[in-house]
Design a protein around this ligand. Structure first.
Ligand code: HEC
Length: 286
């Protein structure tokens, strides 16, 4: 038994190295998935008004296809500060639903696969996957017109996605265009005319636009009931809500964390005093 111990130790170390390597590998896989550069947002789970607006958008536009089946209505209502009766009245559309139920829907996986080519996944944990809230925020703002697709729409982040653009009425139609952008000077800055000091522009399209940090999409004038800024806010709130629902305990965790740190700071004083007493005894005896 004792002789086999070093062997066991080798195995444990080997396993640890393997786990570490596979983590690294999976991280690089996640990064490789996001081809289109994601726009960054800072979710704020303590902004209850934002979470409430996000929940409203989700229940109205997404819940029909995407369940949130690891979460209950009651918990959501409590965390978001929504009275239970108002939650049931305004945000739940099935009259048989009770407040303690899981947030499921009635769409069958089989028929949705027939309709969309893929069944809409449950989204409770989605913000913990892929690029997190940044991915959601960018994905929901980069649908564009593509007549070669069954629903006439495509997406920059999730190419050839089977989901229709359900927020089209709010956002309006976007199309892929070429844009007049400043030429790049040899030093990497924008090129200007030395006489007029104006930018010297050139027409750039597609991938090259993205590489230079511009969006290849343009909104068709007069479409969509919201301005771009208003739509971005709607999507921020929605991504914020989905970030919350990915780990509801985060709200308590970050609050309790402060108490724990405070307690530790307080406790440290007494530990230090006690340590000093022990130290005195130690010196006296030796
Ligand atoms: C009409 C049904 C339908 C509605 C409504 C809908 N989706 Fe989807 N969604 C789909 C389908 C189908 C897919 C799978 C697409 C695929 O894999 O090609 C999908 C995929 C997604 C994905 C990507 C999942 C993945 O695999 O990473 C996200 C995120 C998503 N939807 C979010 C939303 C949000 C947010 C809303 C509400 C604004 C919404 N969806 C509304 C049908 C729908």
């Amino acid at each position: 038994m004792i002789r086999r111990l070093p062997n066991l130790r080798k195995k444990v170390i080997g396993l640890a190295v393997l786990t570490w390597a596979s983590c690294l590998f999976s991280l690089s896989c996640v990064a490789a998935d996001a081809g289109y550069p994601l726009d960054h947002i800072e979710p704020d789970i303590h902004d209850q008004a934002s979470l409430q607006r996000g929940a409203k958008t989700y229940m109205n536009y997404c819940m029909g296809c995407h369940s949130l089946e690891y979460q209950r209505y009651k918990r959501t209502a409590e965390d978001l500060g929504i009275p239970e009766n108002l939650m049931l009245k305004h945000l739940v559309f099935d009259p048989d639903t009770r407040i303690g139920d899981l947030m499921t829907n009635t769409m069958s996986a089989e028929s949705s696969r027939n309709w969309f080519g893929a069944s809409p996944p449950d989204l409770t944990l989605h913000s913990n996957l892929k690029g997190g809230p940044d991915w959601l925020y960018t994905y929901l703002r980069t649908f564009y017109r593509d007549d070669s697709r069954p629903f006439g729409m495509n997406n920059l982040v999730y190419e050839n996605v089977g989901m229709p653009h359900v927020l089209l009425d709010l956002q309006g139609m976007q199309i892929k265009t070429c844009k007049q952008v400043p030429q790049v000077a040899p030093n990497g800055g924008d090129m200007r005319d030395p006489l007029t000091n104006e930018f010297i522009r050139e027409e750039v399209c597609g991938e090259e636009l993205v590489r230079r940090g511009y969006s290849p999409l343009e909104k068709v004038e007069g479409t969509g009931s919201l301005t771009t800024a208003e739509y971005d806010q709607v999507i921020y709130d929605l991504a914020n809500f989905m970030f919350y629902i990915g780990e509801p305990a985060r709200i308590d965790r970050t609050r309790i964390g402060w108490y724990v740190l405070l307690f530790l700071a307080f406790f440290y004083v007494f530990t230090w005093l006690l340590g000093r007493e022990y130290h005195k005894e130690f010196h006296r005896e030796s």
